[in-house]
Design a protein around this ligand. Structure first.
Ligand code: AQP
Length: 326
């Protein structure tokens, strides 16, 4: 059975972009793959985090994994820092990656843009991500489009090591959905929807109240033409909303164009509010049941144990191939 690994940073509440780009795939893949789904808290500290808030966010993200349908009987769900192999392998990969290739990462450029001196961890973030993936001999990594460059870097580092010493790593493949792979910010459809963007109306979080969802969608940037037509280049705002509508409702973009032919953006947005509220209601209800349960902590402890058992085997092989330790 092929192995799957992916993770989400506990940097805030999961939004529609994270859900439609990554989490929906998590649920599909667990039916016929061996899946590990991680809450990547060590990635979160590449930017300053309040310790109390970080702890809460870890449990929020874990609960949301379960609430969207990740089943701990089928998948291993755990917190990254509970498995020491991530940091250990990350150092070995850091010694086998180059500042030139890391400097080309667009996420680093974007996140360090307004900082006089960026944290080193922000720069080496993709190496830690490569370690997360390679630690479990992962075959498939379900992620949003924004992670394509990091997946390619992971493959490059692993291939380089395999070619210069004994074959050490499985070379993973990224898995990107056609729709949902890149959900854009509601206030600026040229930017991706993001947890940490300042404007809360730029995103819809899975736990948003219906009134907040309504406000964010009704305020969403469109254009002055008033024609519901999918055209990412010339009409990025309405195209992004159509994409969200399509994935949440199962209606195709063509169907939506026909349904809203002759109607304005107001009608379209009102219906999108309804579709979104309806899609998120069961997720929210399940989240409330899980979030403060003992079951959640048990699932994470058990997940860390099972993930650790796999990682120890990989680290033994890696250390042997690098001549590390006794
Ligand atoms: N807008 C998006 N559309 C589709 N997929 C997305 N993902 C993130 N944003 C979108 C995918 O969600 C997974 C988890 O992302 P992450 O939390 O590890 O980090 P991120 O990509 O940096 O997400 P955010 O929301 O933008 O967080 P912040 O603001 O903290 O940086 C990944 O698979 C990602 O591709």
């Amino acid at each position: 059975m092929k192995r799957v690994f992916s993770g989400v940073q506990p940097t805030g509440n999961i939004h529609l972009g994270n859900y439609l780009g990554a989490l929906k795939q998590f649920v599909e893949l667990q039916e016929d793959h061996e899946c590990l789904y991680c809450i990547v808290d060590m990635h979160a500290i590449t930017l300053p985090q309040d310790p109390k808030e970080l702890k809460e966010h870890i449990l929020d993200v874990a609960s949301l994994y379960l609430a969207v349908g990740v089943d701990p009987k089928k998948s291993i769900v755990f917190v990254q820092s509970d498995v020491p192999g991530h940091a250990e392998l990350s150092w070995i990969l850091t010694c086998n990656s180059y500042t030139g290739e890391l400097s080309r990462m667009t996420q680093f450029k974007a996140k360090s843009k307004n900082q006089e001196s960026a944290p080193t961890g922000l720069f080496t973030y993709p190496v830690l991500m490569a370690a997360d993936i390679l630690l479990y001999d992962t075959d498939v990594v379900p992620v949003g489009n924004d992670q394509k460059q990091h997946i390619e870097l992971c493959r490059d580092i692993a291939t380089r090591i395999n070619n210069t010493r004994k074959k050490t790593f499985v070379i993973p493949e990224g898995r990107y959905l056609k729709e949902g792979a890149r959900i854009m910010a509601l206030d600026d459809p040229t930017q991706k929807m993001s947890k940490s963007a300042e404007n809360i109306h730029s995103r819809i979080s899975l736990l948003d109240e219906p009134s907040k969802i309504k406000k964010s969608i009704m305020k969403a940037t469109t254009d002055s033409e008033g024609i519901v037509k999918f055209d990412v280049e010339n009409k990025p705002g309405i195209s992004n909303l159509m994409n969200i509508y399509s994935v949440l409702s199962g209606k195709s973009l063509d169907e939506l164009e026909k349904e809203y032919d002759g109607k304005g953006y107001g009608d379209f947005k009102k219906d999108l509010v309804e579709v979104t509220v309806e899609a998120l209601a069961p997720i929210k209800a399940r989240y409330e049941e899980i979030r403060h349960s003992d079951e959640l902590l048990e699932i994470l402890r058990d997940g860390a144990e099972r993930a650790n058992a796999i990682s120890v085997k990989t680290m033994k092989r890696v250390k042997e191939n690098f001549g590390l330790g006794l």
